[in-house]
Write a protein that binds this ligand. Structure first.
Ligand code: B1M
Length: 208
């Protein structure tokens, strides 16, 4: 099985979309758990490419093709993340203003949907006012905010405050690579999750 995991990792790093898709399918067929594929191959590939980028050994085009290969692999995983429960609640989800990273948020969406939540995804680079408008429109059980940059995560407390002005009882969950439990607490959020699998668990916990 390790060879399949290594193959997936290499395919994502090289931006080989078709190989990523095929190898994720092979892994599932051979009985690899979706979570193992994600945590043992797909996320490490993104970490690798991120580190290469930090060292100046990879550039934006490489990040983009790796992200695309990752998305293709995620499409194959998606139907396998499902659980039997339905009607868990409605989550409004988006990445904060100034931030176009979508992969983590999309994975959170998949895990939430897989465990029975309905998700309204307002996308990336979402202005605070747009979150408030969408909150007013959908009245979700949970608002989920994602941020991948240390600069854009500073938007989180602003969104929390604006949405709470609309609804004092709003339940808000946050996450993203630079976000910590401590930052979530300081921002006034109700919950934090370090990854998509924990986000689905946390969402259930928040709704009791
Ligand atoms: Co960007 N980028 N990027 N990037 N990028 C990072 C985040 C970075 C760490 C790379 C690095 O320098 N090592 C760095 C941020 C440094 C910082 O601020 N701390 C960075 C930078 C600097 C930038 C630019 C500024 C680069 C530039 O232009 N000079 C630029 C910013 C653009 C912008 O947003 N305005 C930029 C652009 C891009 C691309 C467009 C090229 C591409 C994104 C493509 C896309 O998303 N469609 C990209 C990518 C791919 C990355 C890395 C390599 C991978 C991100 C990723 O997809 N990870 C990333 C390096 C890294 O992460 N190691 C990097 C995989 C994903 C599954 O994990 O997103 O962490 P993650 O999501 C996890 C958890 O965080 C959590 O669950 C997810 C799944 O388990 N989670 C939640 C996320 N949201 C949650 C919400 C929750 C709960 C949990 O509740 C609601």
């Amino acid at each position: 099985m390790q060879d399949i995991l290594d193959g997936i990792r290499q395919a994502i790093l090289a931006g080989e979309e078709e190989d990523a898709r095929r190898l994720v399918g092979d892994g599932l067929e051979k009985g690899l758990e979706p979570r193992r594929i994600m945590e043992g191959a797909m996320m490490p590939a993104m970490e690798d490419i991120g580190e290469r980028f930090s060292r100046g050994e990879a550039f934006i085009p490489e990040l983009i093709v790796a992200a695309e290969a990752m998305q293709r692999g995620m499409e194959v995983l998606k139907p396998h993340l499902g659980g039997p429960e339905r009607g868990s609640g409605l989550v409004l989800l988006g990445t904060v203003h100034g931030d176009i990273h979508s992969i983590g948020k999309n994975l959170v969406r998949m895990c939430l949907e897989g465990t029975g939540f309905e998700v309204v995804d307002v996308g990336e680079d979402v202005k605070t006012e747009r979150f408030v408008e969408a909150y007013r429109e959908h009245r979700p059980d949970i608002l989920g905010l994602s941020a991948l940059l240390s600069s854009t995560m500073q938007r989180i407390p602003e969104v929390v405050e604006a949405v709470r002005a609309e609804d004092k009882a709003a339940v808000i969950m946050v996450g993203g690579a630079p976000v910590t439990q401590e930052f979530a607490d300081q921002s006034g959020a109700d919950g934090y999750a370090p990854n998509a699998f924990e986000a689905a668990k946390k969402a259930r916990e928040l709704l009791g």
